[in-house]
Each structure stands twice: as C-alpha cells, then as structure tokens.
Write a protein that binds this ligand. Structure first.
Ligand code: AMP
Ligand code: ZN
Length: 112
C-alpha cells in the first residue's frame, strides 16, 4: 500500500523525479537529494510504513529482502570498499521522512 501524502510513495509512483539506481517489484534505491557522503543512496520498500518501530511480519520481511540486495547494489554504485547503513527511527534520531528508508553511505572513508 502506498500513501498519497508521502514523498517517497510519490517517488515510487513517478510523481516526483528521482535518480534511481536500482528497482525491482519490492524495492527502489535512489540517490539522496542532499548527500552527506560521496555516495549516499536511499533504499525503500514499495510499501508505505512510517517507522521501524511497529513493523508487522511482512514489513520485517521487506527490510530483510532489502538487506539481502543492498551489498550488490552498493558495490555497483561506488561502495566497493565498504559502506554504512543507517535507519533513523523517530524525530529525535533525525527521521524527517516517515516512510522507512535505509541510508547507504560510502564512496570515501567515513568518519564515525
Ligand atoms: P531521514 O532524515 O532519515 O528521514 O532521511 C530522509 C532523507 O531523504 C534525507 O537525507 C533527505 O535528504 C532525503 N530526501 C528528502 N526528499 C528527497 C527527494 N525528493 N529525493 C531524494 N532524497 C530526498
Ligand atoms: Zn510512503
């Protein structure tokens, strides 16, 4: 299910442009519009759920599916020497888009 008011759902539907690097029937990976690393991608499921907290079984399986796909996608997009995955849960962690997304960051040596 997608949400008409969600910016990432609009990206999935093609209503907002994005720089896609990978897409299949379950997930989409695109470039972050304000990159905080040389390579900064966002992986999202084609299913709207706002938080890591409170996911159901199907949503948890989608996260697992994305985690299985990400190593290859990262390698093909400039992260062959390593990368960092981040999920911000909640506003105090800096979550600003309430459609769960996995940040993929790399392409350089990352300070902790
Ligand atoms: P978070 O702070 O974890 O919710 O991350 C949201 C991320 O989405 C930020 O890094 C934003 O730069 C990014 N973002 C917001 N709007 C867009 C967009 N239209 N296309 C690509 N990235 C976006
Ligand atoms: Zn959404």
């Amino acid at each position: 299910m997608l949400d008409n008011n969600c910016i990432f759902c609009k990206i999935i539907k093609g209503e907002i442009p994005s720089a896609k690097v990978y897409e299949d029937e379950k997930m989409l990976v695109f470039k972050d519009i304000q990159p905080k690393a040389k390579v900064h991608l966002l992986a999202i499921a084609k299913n709207h759920f706002p938080y890591l907290d409170g996911m159901d079984g199907e949503q948890t399986e989608l996260i697992a599916y994305m985690l299985k796909k990400i190593p290859q996608i990262a390698k093909e997009n400039g992260c062959e020497n390593g990368y960092r995955l981040i999920i911000n849960q909640g506003e105090s962690a800096g979550q600003t888009v309430f459609h769960v997304h996995i940040h993929i960051m790399g392409g350089e040596i990352l300070p902790w």
